[in-house]
Design a protein around this ligand. Sequence first.
Ligand code: NAD
Length: 468
Amino acid sequence: MADKRKFDLVVVGSGPGGYWAAIRGAEYGLSVAVVEKDARLGGTCLLVGCIPTKALLHNAEVLDTFRRAQEFGIRAGEFSLDWPLAQSRKDKIVNKHSKGIEFLFRKHKIEWIKGRASWAGPGRLAVAPPEGAAFELEAKNIILATGSEARLLPGLKAGGRVLTNVEILSLKDVPKSLVIIGAGAVGVEFASMYVRFGTQVTLLEMLPRVLPVEDEEISREIEKALKKQKIAIHTGARVEKVEPGPDKVKVSFTAADGKAQALEAEQVLVAVGRKPVTEGLNLEASRVQLERGFLRTDGFMRTGEPGVYAIGDIVAGAPQLAHAASMEGMVAVAHIAGRPIQPLDYRLCPNCTYCEPQVASVGLTEQAARDRGLRYKAGKFSFAGNSKATILGQHEGFIKMLADEKDGTILGVHMIGPLVTELVSEATLGMQLQVSADELMQTIHAHPTVYEAMLDAANSVYGLTINM
Ligand code: NAD
């Protein structure tokens, strides 16, 4: 029995950071356990984040297709959203994949330990299980992958009329009206989803533009598209007060012109960012260094405590994205197992927002290139010139490519339009391999495809254009 409680690697948290790391650890021949406080495996991404959100966004897309059926020469007859069915489809998807992780853990002989872990000294973790007495684990290596949770505004509590990414996924009914605070990925995706379900949506964003991490031109284009879909948008809006009442919630804010305004809605979604989950880990007693609640790591994801690594949303200065967490897990485990590995280059981490139209990007924005004093050339190709986009009936948007003025190395690619969350893969791999726009111009792209717009974008860097 004592042997069972000793592991080469203990991972705390089973999100896309933690479960990837655990499986790769087992593949490398390590004995692995995962401690998870939730009753199901998968973490935020699978249980209350990326997967259920994208599942419901797909319902919105299907609904859109029905609405436009006539355009495609199809008489659709009567149709409507069956909310309980849409919800149960989403739940099935989540459960299937959570069970999938359980299966993979069994296959790789990874022990799933239910409970809350905390630091108990070098090479040791204490676990408080949901029932029964606490116990200790011995771990040669520990990977902390405890993730993040929605940040709320001061004085606000989630529940009732106040929602975070968690509650908004299991509403009993589609709300008639919804105010969303924050126009980052969470805010914009839910705005794009609920407006198509028939909700009257208002987006309030503190900064001057929506999706402020994206290139400015992309922000402008998505704002235009969302407004066209009848989403009310206030940028430069500072939320002052949120007052939930019995029938409505009142949101007071100072608008960009300095005037006080107030809105009432059935629900409010707070989407103003996420905070790391580190409470109760007892890290104060360790040599792990914290930076405003986030854990400081080196390029191999090592914290200041020997044998303790951190990955995912708790890492200081890293993107809070599922795919970043998974890859950080790969780096940490390879380092633990003594396999060759390079630190990640976060500049090559793609950003995807699954709104309509989709937004995706990798690399430097124009502003970032200017701030770095780089000399670059920019090209832009509109999906209006892409025949497959016309076939799909989705020719909104464009691809903008930035390339080094001297040698053409791609510095950044920014996209808005059909399937761009898939198209960004070519840009990401190209940048990882330090490909130049010229090399992309010489790469045969299949026709007719949406992705051949990348070829046109590379051509446009040199002022060449065939399809415009
Ligand atoms: P975010 O930090 O991306 O965006 C929050 C937005 O809220 C910012 O634009 C900020 O300016 C604004 N804001 C902050 N305080 C405000 C206030 N008081 N009033 C009005 N606006 C305010 O956070 P998020 O959208 O909650 O997402 C959290 C994390 O999860 C991000 O890192 C995001 O990239 C990630 N995420 C990714 C995806 C995806 O990849 N598709 C989807 C959802 C979330």
